[in-house]
Design a protein around this ligand. Sequence first.
Ligand code: UDP
Length: 383
Amino acid sequence: MKRIFIVGAGITGAVIARELAENGHKILVMDERPHIAGNCHSERDPLTGVMEHKYGPHIFHTDKKEIWNYTNRFCEMMPYVNRVKAIAGGRVYSLPVNLHTINQLFDKTLSPSEAAEFIKSLARTDIREPSSFEEQALAMVGEKIYMTFFEGYTRKQWGLDPKLLPASILKRLPLRFNYDDNYYAHPYQGIPATGYTEMVRKILEHEGIEVVLGCKFEDHNGKFDHVYYTGPIDRYFGYSEGRLEYRTLKFDTLRVKGDYQGNAVINYCDSDVPFTRITEHKYFAPWEMGSFSSSICYKEYSSQCGHEDEPYYPVRHAGYSDLLNKYIGLAKLQNGVSFVGRLGTYRYIDMDAAIAEALTAARESVSLFNCKQELPSFFIDMH
Ligand code: UDP
């Protein structure tokens, strides 16, 4: 039996804790916030009764049956399909860019094959290997769609010229030549019936796991065989090499009688609108929609993450890699500490990837524990 310390009670920390506890190890999980579940924390709004996604919308989606089954072990996943609308230039469009969006924006009635030809004629064929967000967008959809839906939103979301952002950010979004407006291309999608926090509580509910909330990891001085650290990697080292950049989100909360916007997510793509999107939380729980007479919404603003803010998105702009490499170097020198999760590895990963990596990390550890006295650090490629 090993004694393991896990810093962070979000999805990554909880999954590692559970897997190790089920293999007979003793786990202490701590988090400096007063709640578990990290940024997917949800709780009922006392005024409207709606389940609030306290750190913004979280929609679980995956193409891996094993990961879908894993979440269903701990909660009932209710079917939920994210159908996002976008407002741009005073009109409402369908997202992700699909046949409806193309026909709306260009005022046409194209068929799928005509639309594919049309977009091909607009796309920048001279950009063969897109190296930035902007090049990726221009090579995929051309100038008009890029300027309407992506340029302004992306500047607001990342605080940077899209020329300086990686192409990988745009690759998250599909482009479709049919009327499928499902935001995600994954076969398994859903939201826990009783919220993410309850799901994470169930994952952590094991006799081998102790959870301590509201304390800083720097203040902890117990003796452990191994540490899994899910906080920001630069913070672990006291920012000794400088601060990595993150974006944080701020929310203006609106409560209204009845309905506010009639959809879970509406993106505001114009750069002169200061927020990026409005989310109406009762629409994330269609199975309980009829029970509310009022509604709670978040107007979402993205900004540079200050020292006291919650980091949400790692900003992998053109110049981040030297600093990250310094931290990766330091992490490799650590004995008995593994860096995991979105913040621990400074990557823009979704919940399903976090669960998959946490399971891999924990399972590798278990097999090493069986044959070694000391556990070497588990390394995910952070590049
Ligand atoms: N994006 C955009 N316009 C939109 C939606 C997304 O330009 O209407 C870009 C933006 O740069 C964003 C990225 O696509 O950061 C990924 O979008 P996604 O909806 O996956 O962002 P998340 O929900 O993770 O914030």
